[in-house]
Design a protein around this ligand. Structure first.
Ligand code: EPU
Length: 342
């Protein structure tokens, strides 16, 4: 086990914020976690687990040990008449894994193409896009307890998935945030494959193409086109995807807001409540394209905050708070950040 000291974290976070890890341990297999746990009296806690760094805001140097997950490997585990089970190491790049499943003839993850980050980080925030959430295709995952070194296998119920949420984000008694390191994730891809095309952006692609029965590869291509058109490429412009969750309000609150702002983009949910498009709320407050210091609001999608070059985590959080305040003052809704603030 190699412990590196004073490691720059700028290359390892997609917002490109400058910060360093006072100590960093690369985790390439399960045994690396166990030896790190064994080397520390009372276990490896607290520690910070780093995947692709695509959903974090670093507000300073990280003083606890950083465990950089680099566990690789992809395989088809099992095929039945009902589903294919595929597995990937937590350090695999998510988008490359999605492409690989299609190359293996196993569709089902195509709507989640091009989401930045690693396979191990995907269950933490239950990634979702264009009508599919990770939990819809999840089978189980392996994780290691950072106090004892024990291996755990968790099913979907044990992961406690919610909208951009899971047990891995919570520090309460039942929460596992920072307490376990996810090593491998298994997905269940149902057979026969059924295309998910209900999302407005995809319906538009479908209408334009005139293709009545698009293949999974075709949907993958459309998703990549849609994302590239409205989300910045972190390699070019630092960002962490959506910076806020889409808030849920009661039907009464929603009716009240619609009465005042008939144009508001909203989605009724089965329980009578409503999800509102946070990007629309931020846009309506005039933030799209604005820049404060080196932190900015992306021109094509107000839900995305960007680093225009040299922004600190503090600067990004100052902008985030200013946005929260103006949305709250106009709509009475407090937006909740989506990335983990470190
Ligand atoms: N809108 C505006 N102005 C803006 C941005 C959006 O009016 O500046 C409107 C759009 O016109 C649209 C609505 O708001 O009618 C929703 O926008 P969009 O379709 O872009 O989706 P979103 O709700 O902003 C969510 C996810 C994305 C995911 C897309 C597609 C969250 C927080 N974000 O964005 O996830 O890719 O749907 O499914 O749920 C991410 O989590 O990092 C992420 C990118």
């Amino acid at each position: 086990m190699l412990v590196e000291k004073n490691v720059p974290l700028q290359p390892f976070n997609t917002l490109h914020v400058v910060a360093k890890a006072l100590s960093l341990i690369r985790i390439r297999c399960e045994a690396d976690v166990r030896s790190a746990v064994a080397a520390t009296a009372g276990g490896l806690l607290p520690a910070f687990i780093l995947g692709g760094g695509s959903n974090i805001v670093l507000t300073g140097d990280v003083k606890v040990p950083v465990l950089k997950v680099e566990i690789m490997g992809r395989r088809l585990l099992q095929e039945t008449s009902k589903a294919v089970i595929v597995e990937a190491g937590a350090g695999e790049n998510w988008s490359d894994f999605v492409t690989w499943t299609l190359q293996q003839g196993c569709p089902g993850l195509e709507n989640l193409a091009l989401i930045p980050g690693t396979v191990g980080a995907a269950p933490v925030q239950n990634i979702g896009a264009y009508g599919v959430e990770l939990q819809d295709r999840f089978d189980s995952l392996d994780a290691i307890d950072l106090r004892t070194g024990d291996l755990l296998t968790l099913d979907a119920a044990q992961c406690g998935f919610g909208y951009r949420d899971s047990v891995f984000k919570h520090v309460s008694a039942m929460g596992l945030a920072g307490r376990v390191l996810i090593t491998r994730v298994r997905f269940c891809l149902p057979k026969p494959w059924v295309a998910v095309l209900g999302y407005a952006d995809l319906e538009r692609k479908l209408a334009v193409s005139g293709d009545g029965a698009p293949s999974a590869w075709q949907i993958h291509e459309w998703i990549c086109e849609i994302r590239r058109a409205k989300l910045p490429d972190p390699a070019v412009l630092g960002n962490a995807g959506s910076f806020f969750k889409n808030p849920t309000v009661t039907s009464e609150q929603c009716a009240d807001i619609i009465a005042r702002d008939p144009g508001i983009v909203h989605y009724p949910l089965v329980d009578g409540s409503c999800k509102l498009a946070a990007g629309w709320l931020i846009d309506a407050c005039g933030w799209r394209g604005k820049t404060v210091g080196q932190a900015g609001v992306y021109e094509k999608q107000a839900l995305v905050l960007v680093n225009r070059g040299g922004a600190t985590g503090g600067e990004l959080m100052t902008l985030a708070r200013a946005i929260q305040t103006s949305v709250y003052e106009r709509f009475g809704i407090m937006l909740e950040p989506e990335p983990v603030v470190v």
